[in-house]
Design a protein around this ligand. Structure first.
Ligand SMILES: [Zn+2]
Length: 102
């Protein structure tokens, strides 16, 4: 499961102000609010970490899937998947196409 880092967009609380990490399924919705204080939070793109797929089979299967999403213009899907798989450059490019600010 990928680890996502979130940080409060505003003041936040002690928990979210400095950023915190959440392990989430790849198909889970990104969090919008701090679970402790309900402040708005955003997912950080610059410091995300991932568990990289363990076998080369997994990697190539994932890359294939990413390519399919790209072909269909589903940038955020492609980005999420690339993100999960440790394909950081690919993820960044697709997030940009999806309209995320990086
Ligand atoms: Zn908070």
């Amino acid at each position: 499961m990928p680890i996502y880092e979130y940080r409060a967009t505003g003041k936040g609380c002690d928990y979210c102000r400095g950023g915190f990490e959440v392990k989430q399924r790849i198909d889970a919705k990104p969090l919008g609010k701090c679970p402790k204080c309900q402040a708005l939070i955003r997912r950080l793109m610059s410091r995300f970490r991932t568990f990289v797929a363990e076998t080369s089979d997994e990697v190539s299967a994932t890359e294939k899937k990413v390519r399919e999403f790209e072909k269909e213009g589903r940038w955020s899907h492609a980005a999420e998947l690339a993100d999960k798989s440790g394909l950081e450059d690919r993820a960044r490019e697709n997030y940009r196409k999806a309209g995320y600010e990086l």
